[in-house]
Design a protein around this ligand. Structure first.
Ligand SMILES: NC(=O)c1ccc[n+]([C@@H]2O[C@H](COP(=O)([O-])OP(=O)(O)OC[C@H]3O[C@@H](n4cnc5c(N)ncnc54)[C@H](OP(=O)(O)O)[C@@H]3O)[C@@H](O)[C@H]2O)c1
Length: 306
């Protein structure tokens, strides 16, 4: 079995690749960066440029499933050109894959495409399941809605499509955790806004396992990529402080100051999404990291090697 991964060189893609190799699955990957091209039998790189409609069609050789993660980083400052890049990179990538699958013979049966829990409107109390119809009325809502719609269009080629609404990924080398750790280490850790906003986190290794689970079980449709035990921003920050043997003694960072400093991007840290993992658990997925403390300690242990 061979899987084609777009965005394989990023945070989530690297973990999925590691897991594929552990399970004896070979990976083809599409990269926008020629310097990242490798050509080993189990990790074969192919160049593409979604904005210019360029793709190496050899990427489909021997491939049974595609995992799509590609997209410009959403954590960059949201200037109008960055917003355009964040949206266009995701839509162009899927449209190019769509065209490739339509125009070439292949054996691909399934596409598993990334999405994000930012599709759900911010709410302090509502528990979101995958059948929620309301979409957040902000930039992240617009991006995720159009991203999922572009993935769904690929069904027209006869391939079945699954989407993973990714939560706050906890990992050693990127994502939210290093950003929370940095100030806490210098005794400058503080909850953001009210601190009561829900943060539906997931350990990166469970997230990678969800992508492969959907392929191995042949499951289509939308699945939330979050752990069963969401926490508030204050609890998440406090757990990090505990793991580092530090205390949170500073006042919370006021929401208005974050809005002033970050503009609409403050939705990423101030938005509250309490998201359910029930659907994937009902399909038999078994989380290794249900408990936040265990997840944080595992990641910190891997980082420091202690
Ligand atoms: N990490 C999170 O907390 C989180 C949460 C929710 C959703 N997600 C989504 O899940 C996906 C994977 O996340 P990640 O954290 O692994 O992201 P990442 O580390 O930023 O990796 C994304 C990859 O996309 C490719 N890429 C960058 N700009 C591109 C462009 N303009 N056109 C096409 N490809 C481009 C890059 O690969 P090459 O350089 O090899 O082309 C990059 O390695 C992303 O789309 C992200 O939005 C992540």
């Amino acid at each position: 079995m061979r899987i084609l991964i777009t965005g394989a060189t990023g945070l989530v893609g690297s973990e999925i690749t590691r897991l594929c190799h552990e399970k004896g699955i070979s990976v083809n990957y599409l990269t926008t960066s020629k310097s990242k091209l490798e050509k080993s039998e189990t990790f074969k790189g192919f160049y593409w440029n979604p904005g210019e409609g360029k793709i190496d069609e050899g990427c489909l050789e021997g491939v049974g499933a595609i995992i799509n993660l590609a997209g410009a980083n959403v954590f960059q400052p949201w200037t109008s050109s960055a917003k355009k890049k964040i949206l266009d990179s995701r839509i162009d990538s899927l449209q190019l894959l769509h065209r490739l699958l339509k125009e070439h013979t292949h054996e691909v049966r399934q596409l598993v495409s990334a999405s994000a829990i930012g599709i759900y409107p911010s709410s302090p109390t509502k528990m979101y399941e995958e059948d929620e119809q309301e979409v957040a009325g902000n930039f992240l809502g617009e991006v995720t809605r159009k991203w999922e719609a572009a993935a769904d269009e690929i069904k027209e080629t006869g391939i079945f499509v699954s989407k993973v609404r990714i939560g706050i990924v906890l990992a050693a080398d990127g994502g939210a955790l290093p950003q929370i750790i940095k100030p806490v280490k210098f005794n400058l850790g503080a909850a953001l806004g009210s601190g009561q906003q829900w943060q539906s986190w997931i350990h990166i290794s469970d997230l990678a396992r969800i992508f492969l689970f959907l392929i191995q079980q042949g499951l289509e449709g939308v699945y939330n990529g979050v752990a069963p035990n969401p926490k508030t921003n204050e609890d998440l920050t406090r757990e990090v402080a505990l793991a580092l043997d530090k205390k949170l003694w500073l006042p919370k960072v006021p929401g208005f100051a974050l809005k002033l400093a970050m503009g609409d991007k403050s939705n990423i840290v101030l938005g509250s999404q309490l998201v359910s993992s029930k659907k994937i658990e009902d399909k038999g997925f078994d989380f290794h990291y249900v408990n936040l403390r265990k997840a944080i300690r595992d990641i910190m242990h891997k980082k420091t090697g202690n």
